[in-house]
Structure formats: structure tokens, C-alpha cells
Design a protein around this ligand. Structure first.
Ligand SMILES: Nc1ncnc2c1ncn2[C@@H]1O[C@H](COP(=O)(O)OP(=O)(O)OP(=O)(O)O)[C@@H](O)[C@H]1O
Ligand SMILES: Nc1nc2c(ncn2[C@@H]2O[C@H](COP(=O)(O)O)[C@@H](O)[C@H]2O)c(=O)[nH]1
Length: 381
């Protein structure tokens, strides 16, 4: 927490009636009214008053909404976003931002031709970098990932991709893939819901932003199994990840594994083998992959993968002690704001296990935002 005395500002007016709570926050010429009814199941609604014309607008609200709760407090962070602190929800879910004029909101306003706001959830700490695993079809990516998830179920989470291909026997919708119609997937891509997508072996595959975010929200390290085109797109995105390419010991062995798997027709096998040559050629593209792993003996390759991942395990997240018990119930309200921090005060008399009476949210720590999460929040006692 900084030394300077908190500068108190009345930027938010809270009106509580018998069955409704409303916060009114001025941002330039507009007043944003955030309301929720007394019913904890009902969601938050937003109205905007244009102070110049004295007209009300109900904006298009993008992003996942805050978890229903019966109370919140809010404050303007800067001209782009409002902070909302929810009460009575788990600590892992109590910080939200309403983006009112971020670059994303400005862009969406232009596209939609309406007033737009976007919710984004605040995530404490950076978490560990996601791991992108690429390699030709049949090399054993899925096998290696399955072993990792089995051995470390609470440490790693799989990014469930979308695909337009048909499910194989034993593949479960929502577990192995989100099996989807091409038109629906294309629509969602155009809505900006995908981190990356690619045409692979004649079908459309893609990683939704939600697929990665939901794993990270659970405090797990995200594993992506995607092709080389997808790896390139993720490399070019703002997601900082570790990129691993898995090679077969030989092309003949790759073909043998693909055939032995018995999931593709001869025509599909031929297509996958043709694409494999191109993917193997690209494995050495400068700056694309951080590590190459040869999957000859499965156990030896798995041990090498574990060694690679533990190289990045060294760092301790300073927020760990605060978020360790993410299920503890948050009962904070906003106390004050300076240019550098927002102070949150606990409203419980007895400080619950895993929570503190006063928390400082470092305003220089906010990164990302809609359509993903606002990450890297530094929250200190
Ligand atoms: N080291 C290995 N030695 C022998 N067989 C292996 C080895 N690793 C995986 N396999 C087998 O090879 C087949 C293909 O593996 P897997 O399905 O994991 O490949 P993949 O890279 O995930 O393929 P795709 O990209 O098509 O999903 C499976 O039948 C698997 O059991
Ligand atoms: N670019 C992306 N590639 C993906 C994604 N999910 C899977 N894949 C890759 O597709 C092939 C074929 O997979 P299969 O399950 O049909 O055998 C394989 O190389 C995967 O890595 C994705 O979301 N984006």
C-alpha cells in the first residue's frame, strides 16, 4: 500500500430502495446507472443518461455478466472503466469492470451503431503461461496431454476447442471439443469470440477466448492442442504462452500411428499425412516454437514434457496467499481511491479466514480487458 493519504472523491452515488440498489457514476457528459433488484438471481442492468440532452439510453451489454449477488459498490477507475465490487460472492469472483469507453467498446460501438458497454471479470495475479502444443496429426499430442491431465488434474486444464468435424466414437461434446455447425462458428468468429481459428484437414477448428479464460479462472494452467497455423495466430496475439512442437521419430512411424488409431478414412489419412509434411517443415520457423519434443518412446517423451513445464514453475505469485482460498466469501466495499490505488474495506466484523480487513488494488496492474478478462490485478493487504 502507498504512503500517500487516500484522496476521497464522491464519484458514485448509491441509492438503495426496498427492492433495488442503484449506483450512478458520472463519466464525462454521461451518467451510468448500474441497477440490480433485491432478487439475488436477477442480473445487473445498465442505463445511460446523456446529461446534455437529458435522454436515457439502454446500451448493448457485451461480455459475461457479474455473478448474481444482492449488493455491490462501484467507482470510476478512469475515463474508460468503472470498477464494481460484488458482495456475498466467492473471492475469485468479486472484482468486475464495466468498460464504458475502452478501445474494444469504441470499436464495438462503431460496428453495432448503438451505445455499447462491456463487462470484464477481474482476475487476481498473472497465473502461469498457457502451454500451446502443436505437431502433426497422429504424433501423440492428445496422448501426452491426457497423461498430464490425469497426473495433475488440479494443475492443468484443457482448452476445449470448437470444431466443425463430426465426433469420433467416444468423443464427448464439451469435453473433447465443442462440436458445432460451420455457420454458427463463423458467426461467433465474426463476433470476436475466438482467440484463433484455422481450416485444418478440411474442417474449421478454433480456440474461443472463453475456452482459455475458463481454465485460467479455475486457477489452472491452460493447455491448448492446436495446429501450426493456430500456434502462429496465438503467437501473434496478446496471449503470452509457451509453444511446444511434438515431432514423430520418423514419417513412417507417424503413418503407422495414424493408421493404428483407426479413426480416419484412407482419404483423410492421406490428407493428414500431406499436411504433416508441411507442419514438420514449419516446426523450425524462427521464433515460432520454444521447444521441440520427439515422441519416440511415450514414457521418455512424457518425462521430457514434464521437465520442460517445470522450468517455468519457479515463480511464486505474490497474490497466492490472497487467492488461495478463492471460495471464501468476499464482503468488501470501496473505501477510497487515489491515482494509484483503490482501497477496499471488509464489512465483516470478524475477518474471515483467508481475507483481510483492508485491501489495496494497484491501478497500474490492470491488463487485458474485454472481450477477455482484466488480468494481473495486484491486491495487497
Ligand atoms: N510414443 C508413442 N508410441 C506409439 N504410439 C503412440 C505414441 N504416442 C501416441 N501413440 C498412439 O498414436 C496414436 C495417435 O496419438 P494421438 O491421438 O494422441 O495423436 P494426436 O497428435 O493427438 O493426433 P491428432 O492431431 O489427430 O488429434 C494413438 O493411437 C496413440 O495411442
Ligand atoms: N488451429 C487449431 N487447431 C486445432 C484446434 N483444435 C484442434 N486442432 C488441431 O486440429 C488437428 C486435428 O485434430 P483432430 O482432433 O481432428 O485429430 C490437430 O492437429 C489439432 O492440434 C483449434 O482450436 N485450433
Amino acid at each position: 500500500m502507498g504512503e500517500e493519504a487516500p484522496e476521497f472523491r464522491v464519484e458514485s452515488v448509491t441509492l438503495e430502495s426496498k427492492d433495488c440498489i442503484q449506483n450512478a457514476i458520472d463519466v464525462g457528459d454521461k451518467t451510468y446507472v448500474i441497477s440490480r433488484s433485491d432478487d439475488p438471481k436477477s442480473s445487473i442492468s445498465i442505463k445511460i443518461l446523456d446529461k446534455l440532452t437529458q435522454t436515457w439510453v439502454v446500451p448493448t451489454v457485451l461480455g459475461a455478466h457479474p455473478t448474481p449477488s444482492n449488493s455491490h459498490s462501484s467507482i470510476l477507475v478512469n475515463s474508460e472503466k468503472i470498477l464494481l465490487i460484488e458482495k456475498g460472492v466467492p473471492l475469485s469472483d468479486f472484482i468486475w469492470f464495466l468498460e464504458v469507453d475502452t478501445p474494444f467498446v469504441k470499436q464495438q460501438r462503431k460496428i453495432k451503431g448503438t451505445e455499447v458497454v462491456a463487462w470484464t471479470k477481474g482476475v487476481i495475479g498473472e497465473g502461469q503461461k498457457p502451454v500451446v502444443i502443436s505437431g502433426p496429426s497422429g504424433v501423440g499430442k492428445g496422448t501426452l496431454i491426457a497423461k498430464l491431465m490425469k497426473e495433475y488434474p488440479s494443475k492443468f486444464g484443457f482448452s476445449v476447442s470448437h470444431t466443425t468435424r463430426s465426433p469420433r466414437e467416444k468423443e464427448i461434446d464439451g469435453v473433447h471439443y465443442h462440436f458445432t455447425e460451420r455457420s454458427k462458428m463463423e458467426e461467433e468468429i465474426s463476433e470476436g469470440k475466438f482467440l484463433e481459428f484455422a481450416h485444418v484437414h478440411g474442417n474449421l477448428y478454433g480456440t474461443s477466448i472463453e475456452a482459455v479464460e475458463s481454465v485460467t479462472d479455475e486457477g489452472k494452467r491452460c493447455i491448448l492442442d492446436i495446429d501450426v497455423q493456430g500456434a502462429r495466430s496465438v503467437r501473434a496475439s496478446s496471449l503470452e504462452a509457451i509453444f511446444i512442437f511434438v515431432c514423430p521419430p520418423s514419417f513412417e512411424e507417424l503413418e503407422k500411428r495414424l493408421r493404428a488409431r483407426g479413426t480416419e478414412t484412407e482419404e483423410q489419412i492421406q490428407k493428414r499425412l500431406r499436411n504433416a509434411r508441411a507442419e514438420l517443415d514449419q516446426s523450425n520457423s524462427p521464433g515460432l516454437f520454444d521447444h521441440l519434443l520427439v515422441n519416440d518412446d511415450l514414457e521418455a517423451c512424457y518425462e521430457n514434457l514434464k521437465k520442460l513445464l517445470s522450468l517455468d514453475d519457479g515463480h511464486e505469485d505474490p497474490n497466492d496467499s490472497l487467492i488461495k482460498d478463492g471460495k471464501a466469501i468476499a464482503c468488501y466495499s470501496i473505501l477510497s481511491k487515489t491515482n494509484s490505488e483503490i482501497l477496499l474495506q471488509s464489512e465483516t466484523n470478524e475477518v474471515e479466514k483467508g481475507t483481510a480487513s483492508l485491501l489495496s488494488l494497484d491501478l497500474s496492474s490492470l491488463s487485458g480487458g474485454a472481450p477477455g478478462r482484466t488480468r494481473g490485478l495486484k491486491l495487497t493487504r
